[in-house]
Design a protein around this ligand. Structure first.
Ligand SMILES: *[C@@H]1O[C@H](CO)[C@@H](O)[C@H](O)[C@H]1NC(C)=O
Length: 365
């Protein structure tokens, strides 16, 4: 299943077309008027041509995206019930990814003006970057105080997983405006290639969160031996058909979350981890502990994860079989780093069209 990085350009492009074609057919009608964009799937963005030095906050202005006729007219008020709410973190390291994610969502939405973004930040004021890149975006910035989690974060296998902002998703129910009752949480290393409103309409039934589940994955490996050998810990999974799910794409019923107080339950496991070392990863295992087996299933097309590769250099991942609505570069490799280093994986070319970093004229208005 691993692709070697050294693919001939043509073959890679051909493969990309093949793997993508099922999802292209299922794109909403709006896609017809944007079909010229398909060509850019197959093209790397032209790199900066002039000598102006780039800083990490240099982004081109995105085109304006307008609602189709049938969209509910909405005002700018955050509590408008017709809005689709999306939460994403913004930090200096992953800013380029977050900006591309927002761009991809707007691009594929039938009603882009009906999407409201909730940005979670811990450092630097990034509001001006968002405002200048997306002049008409509906959004609000929330400050997440890293001190809130600093003392309950334990070391994990990858340093990137220890960033306090990774844990901000645990606090969405507290941070977001109380009138926001549902939110889609998305990681920064994703692009959406379908209408986000479809994900928004997920039926959660009686469940608090929805996510694609992976019941064939070996659940055992997400926890340590000492977890499994201690019934007062592992007993939490008894009678629960617990399956792995990825926390990078979740639909969350915030009302239910607030009512039950899931944040406290997650923090309880993080406290246990500080003393007992029950898992090795970062923010994910507490979610498995609290929610696995109680997750509303979402189609796998909404989280084609693992594209970052799970190894050191040179490991490129293939898509999982089936249609694609969201691509997720989870794992240690990120497409913007690989594209910049001129050693991209074949599927990184699917991320590139949404990149707004730099001064080149591709996609700018
Ligand atoms: C699942 O993972 C555990 C721990 O890594 C391992 O001991 C076990 O053999 C694995 N089970 C299967 C079915 O692969």
């Amino acid at each position: 299943m691993f692709w070697v990085t050294k693919f001939s350009g043509f073959f890679a492009a051909a493969m990309v077309m093949i793997v993508l074609s099922p999802s292209l057919q299922s794109f909403p009608p709006a896609e017809a008027i944007r079909s010229s964009h398909l060509e850019s799937y197959l093209r790397f963005p032209s790199q900066v041509t002039n000598n102006i030095p780039l800083n990490r906050f240099s982004f081109r202005k995105a085109p304006l995206f307008r609602n189709a006729d049938e969209c509910a007219s909405n005002n700018k008020r955050i509590c408008d019930p017709s809005l689709v709410h999306v939460a994403i973190t913004l930090d200096v390291e992953y800013l380029r990814g977050s900006i591309a994610a927002v761009h991809s969502i707007l691009h594929h939405s039938r009603c882009p003006e009906s999407v409201f973004f909730h940005f979670l930040v811990s450092e630097t004021n990034l509001e001006t970057v968002v405002r200048s890149t997306f002049p008409e975006l509906k959004f609000k910035i929330y400050y997440f105080n890293p001190e809130r989690v600093r003392k309950i974060i334990s070391t994990s296998v990858r340093q990137a997983l220890e960033q306090p902002l990774n844990y901000a998703r645990n606090y969405l129910a507290d941070l977001l405006e109380p009138c926001v009752n549902r939110v889609i949480y998305l990681d920064s290393d994703i692009v959406v290639v379908d209408d986000i409103a479809k994900l928004w309409r997920t039926n959660l039934g009686k469940k608090t969160i929805g996510a694609p589940e992976y019941c064939h994955a070996n659940f055992t490996k997400y926890f340590t031996k000492s977890f499994w050998s201690e019934p007062r810990f592992s007993g939490t999974f008894s009678g629960r058909n617990a399956c792995y799910f990825n926390t990078g794409v979740m639909v969350i019923d915030l009302q239910k979350w607030r009512r039950v107080g899931y944040t406290k339950r997650i923090e309880k496991w993080m406290d246990i981890q500080k003393v007992n070392r029950i898992y090795e990863l970062g923010s994910l295992p507490p979610y498995l502990l609290v929610f696995a087996g109680h997750v509303a299933p979402i189609e796998h097309r909404w989280n084609q994860h693992g594209l970052g590769g799970d190894n050191v250099r040179g490991s490129c991942r293939d898509l999982h079989p089936g249609p694609v609505s969201l691509l997720h570069w989870s794992g240690s490799g990120k497409p913007w780093i690989r594209l910049d280093s001129k050693k991209p994986c074949p599927l990184d070319s699917l991320w590139a069209p949404y990149d707004l970093y730099g001064f080149s004229s591709v996609n700018s208005s």
